[in-house]
Design a protein around this ligand. Structure first.
Ligand code: BDR
Ligand code: CA
Length: 328
């Protein structure tokens, strides 16, 4: 067995919760973040790339190459999620223009190179639509056998959707890509898709009191203050939307939970099953369909997260931010 530590590669469409997920990934002591790629989704590819570079700089990881990927989904273009994440994608937060340029390498090439270069120990996490991963697996069909683990934030398995009654945003934004990905992973010798969907992410919330407690633990170094300010300003936009919708101010940490599960799979309980994606339904495009009873007779290609230790996740998220603020 390899003595070398695990590596992490994250594909994002940075938005508010992707930003929180990147911060979490940067704070991980056991699996070094070796690359990040960006995809259209919450915001345009250009905004997602800019946001990602700015957030990595905030985390002190401006050295991580950010490779821009797909600017449009495989299927006809869908709406973005600026209503949720704000015009820039980062709510009310303003971050300095990042000094590091975007990587000249395309996301697909960066992802495949990372998987080959760290074969057997790369943990791949996708927190946006699956366009880049679909392109990567079409280009390198060995991808599921090269990675150690593959975790997505995406899907609504036993629960209702968040963009249509049946679909979750990341899958809905590019159902064709999601279908390619679900069909490619989980074959003989290949990693399954660890599916962290709305079933569990809806429990991974943080509210103003939680953020206040977090800020109090970060301290008052310049780094800690910048981090608290960012968390607060970006979350406030999301809080306001949730308040209009539900009467309560909170943020759902969809994407940080996916990163946390990638690094500590014991945070969720999963059930192995065959999953496919509806691409043609009149009412259900982007729905994730699970064959719980094996009626299709297909190989189970996914580990679907069905329950989560949300308290332990929240504690880990706070600890990660404390580590990040103390670093340097
Ligand atoms: C997902 O959709 C996006 O808006 C979030 O960033 C998250 O990845 C939740 O459905
Ligand atoms: Ca996202």
């Amino acid at each position: 067995m390899s003595q070398q530590p695990d590596c992490l590669f994250v594909d994002v469409d940075t938005g508010i919760d992707d930003a929180f997920a990147l911060l979490y990934a940067c704070a991980e002591p056991h699996a070094r973040l070796v690359g990040v790629s960006t995809v259209v989704g919450n915001v345009s590819l250009a905004s997602a790339t800019r946001n990602t570079r700015a957030v990595l700089a905030l985390a002190g990881r401006g050295d991580v190459a950010v490779a821009p990927g797909a600017a449009v989904p495989l299927a006809p273009e869908q709406n973005d999620a600026r209503a949720v994440h704000g015009a820039t994608g980062l709510g009310y937060a303003t971050l300095p223009e990042p000094a590091e340029p975007a990587h000249a390498v395309h996301a697909v090439d960066a992802l495949i190179a990372a998987a080959r270069g760290h074969a057997g120990r790369l943990i791949l996490v996708a927190t946006g639509p699956l366009t880049n991963v679909a392109l990567a697996v079409m280009r390198e069909p060995e991808l599921p056998r090269l990675v150690k683990r593959f975790v997505i934030m995406g899907g609504a398995y036993c629960v209702h959707g968040n963009v249509t009654p049946s679909a979750e945003f990341n899958i809905w934004h590019d159902p064709e890509a999601a279908r390619i990905v679900f069909r490619a992973f989980g074959g003989p010798g290949g990693a399954p898709v660890v599916a962290v969907g709305l079933d569990v992410t809806r429990q991974a919330t943080i509210d103003g009191a939680g953020l206040g407690a977090l800020a109090a633990r970060l301290g008052a170094t310049p780094r800690a203050l910048a981090l608290s300010q960012f968390l607060e300003d970006s979350a406030r936009f999301y809080f306001e939307r949730m308040e209009r919708q539900t009467g309560r101010r909170f943020l759902i940490m969809h994407d940080p939970l996916a990163v946390a599960v990638a690094l500590d799979p014991t945070l969720v309980e999963t059930r192995r099953a065959a999953v496919d994606v509806e691409t043609a339904g009149r009412l259900t495009p982007g729905a994730t369909i699970v064959d719980w009873e094996g009626r299709w007779g297909r190989l189970a290609n996914a580990e679907v997260a069905v329950s989560v230790d949300a308290e332990r996740f929240r504690a880990k998220f706070i600890d990660a931010m404390v580590r990040l603020a103390a670093d340097r």
